[in-house]
Design a protein around this ligand. Structure first.
Ligand code: FAD
Length: 294
């Protein structure tokens, strides 16, 4: 068992399901991962009214039916300050105490030029300040980009935005996924040199589907090294081998992070439990007996 396994903290990210089949997959994954006692589980937030309602419903169900601590993602997109403040108050009334605060993308999708909603929050730092004003006891996590956000001219400009978010009240940053750990450690050095001392939790994407991960990475400004592509090459029609390779790649990454002193990990689960469960097992995490919520 890896040394220091008792110190490991995890969080799991899910997206709200679009239909009944996806809902079933999501809840099977939540049930499978819950006994690993994550610090929190987060639920992403989309751009349309119906997807937003699905986020709220998923967060409510986590609160009502599990002993897990939910963190609700929230963006500044296509909403006035008053509308966002209303959502924040509703979450608070429901018992949610953790928000992942984001600017979000233009409605046309990632890559299109972002313009703040007139009367809305201007950016993620502005949103963090708004949430803290509405309810100071919210824990707020924000994003961080080891390879810089595609909208940002430089890594320094990106770190300036991170500093603004921390100054506004964020107490944790979760990174965009990356595959080269050196990229994360170089970024961490620059963040610390800028006087930012909150945890910068690495976001880990187990590669369930290489093609989809590559497309997602291109839009998110994350690089996909040639050696990763090489490992998945020729496996498009061989899901069983692909899964084994995915487990090996992710295991290598998290064990190296662990060896280099990282103790908190955020997993982009894509609503699937198997790979994440296996990687957590490698990190030394074992299921706890779950209390039944009365
Ligand atoms: P910020 O941190 O506010 O900005 C990122 C960078 O872009 C900064 O360097 C900033 O200076 C620069 N920048 C911002 N605006 C401009 C501008 N107008 N001109 C020039 N530079 C600018 N998206 C969702 O829609 N829903 C989610 O639930 C969601 N969850 C996420 C969770 C995590 C952990 C991460 C890493 C990302 C998530 N995203 C989500 C994606 C995110 O919304 C996009 O990456 C979005 O483009 C930026 O939002 P942000 O809060 O990360 O940006």
């Amino acid at each position: 068992m890896p040394a220091g396994h008792n110190r490991i903290a995890t969080s799991f990210e899910f997206f709200p399901p679009k239909d009944e089949a996806m809902e079933k997959t999501l809840w099977e994954s939540v049930e499978r991962l819950a006994p690993l006692s994550p610090s929190f589980v987060s639920v992403t937030y989309g751009a349309g009214g119906s997807t937003r309602e699905r986020t709220h419903a998923t967060v409510r169900r986590i609160l009502n039916e599990t002993t897990l601590t939910p963190a609700a993602h929230l963006t500044c997109v296509a909403a006035t300050r008053a509308e966002i403040d209303g959502i924040v108050r509703d979450y608070h009334d429901a018992g949610v105490r953790h928000i992942v605060a984001l600017r979000g993308d233009a409605l046309e999708g990632a890559g299109a030029k972002y313009a703040p909603h007139p009367g809305g929050y201007a950016n993620a730092a502005d949103l963090v300040a708004g949430i803290k004003k509405a309810a100071p006891d919210f824990e707020i996590s924000v994003s961080a980009y080891p390879e810089k956000h595609p909208d940002s001219p430089t890594v320094e400009a990106d770190i300036d935005m991170l500093k603004a978010k921390v100054d506004a009240g964020a107490s944790r940053a979760i990174t965009q996924f990356f595959f080269e750990n050196d990229v994360y450690f170089r970024y961490l050095e620059r963040v610390r040199a800028r006087g930012i001392d909150i945890p910068i939790v690495p976001g880990i994407l187990p590669v369930q589907n290489f093609k989809a991960a590559k497309n997602f990475a291109t839009r998110a400004g994350a690089s996909v090294p040639a050696w990763i592509a090489e490992r998945f090459a020729g496996l498009d029609h061989d899901p069983a081998t692909r899964k084994l390779i995915a487990a090996a790649v992710a295991a290598e990454q998290v064990i190296d992070l662990l060896d280099r002193g990282v103790t908190s990990f955020h997993f982009y689960t894509m609503n699937r439990a198997d790979l994440v469960y296996a990687i957590c097992h490698l990190l030394g995490l074992r299921p706890a007996v779950q209390e039944v919520k009365s």
